[in-house]
Ligand binder design. Sequence first.
Ligand code: NDP
Length: 258
Amino acid sequence: MDLQGKNALVTGGGRGIGADTVRALAAAGAAVVASARSVQEIEALAEEIRQGGGKAWAVPCDVAEPEQVDALAEKAKQHLGQVDILVNNAGIAASAPLKRIALEDWNRIFAVNVTGTFLCTQAFLPEMVKRKWGRVINVASIAGLTGAAYISAYSASKHAVIGFTRCLAAEVAPSGVTVNAVCPGYVETGMVSESVARIVEKTGISLEKARGSIVDMNPQNRILEPEEVSYQIVSLCDSRARGVNGQTIVIDGGGLLS
Ligand code: NDP
């Protein structure tokens, strides 16, 4: 994969899937802005990439805050000149039965996962359309394609991200820009550690059993690695992927068969 000359921005790029995506894009030759709220994480990552001979910058931003997204767009342009690849990866998860979902938590999940994706896309997509080349990749989830007990807020937010992806793909298709979503099952990141801890806390089962219940959801009996997601993201950036538009790329070991 050769992304020399391309400029990318990854939200939620400080750890987990986002950090791996920043590394993978930089390894393919792209110049990358890594963004997240935790300044130390993105700065350390950008430094690691520069030490390895790549081009990377850290720009802090809470994607749920419109003014911060405006500032991110400004800074990204200063560093990169233009953004060709946007990876909307920043996301948060929570689980609870309906009656225990506080409105505040519902609103925050939508603010980060859905509004954050909208704001960042609105900040960068129009310029891609003008230049007739661009890639927007939204990190959704299999929870955006199917439902499961106790994750209604998260699942609804990821369904929204997928609806947004499909509509924009139709809107920009004539320009040559593509908009796609990747939909992973459980991936080995802090988000999964938090899910396991929540299961232990709520059910009283052991850590091992809680982790096992997540492993069992993947027919390959494992939790995915972040590189399996970042690989698909980088592949979508290749010029040979120009015909893939408005799709949901499922990465879950074969759990969701459609
Ligand atoms: P992590 O919790 O490991 O990392 C999340 C990243 O998003 C961090 O860099 C975090 O940094 C950033 N982030 C969180 N809130 C905001 C915000 N308001 N503004 C900007 N950045 C933010 O999660 P994962 O790597 O696991 O998840 C990444 C994406 O993948 C998410 O969209 C998630 O829903 C999706 N996903 C994850 C799966 C999994 O099993 N791990 C499965 C399917 C989808 P900071 O807190 O410093 O802002």
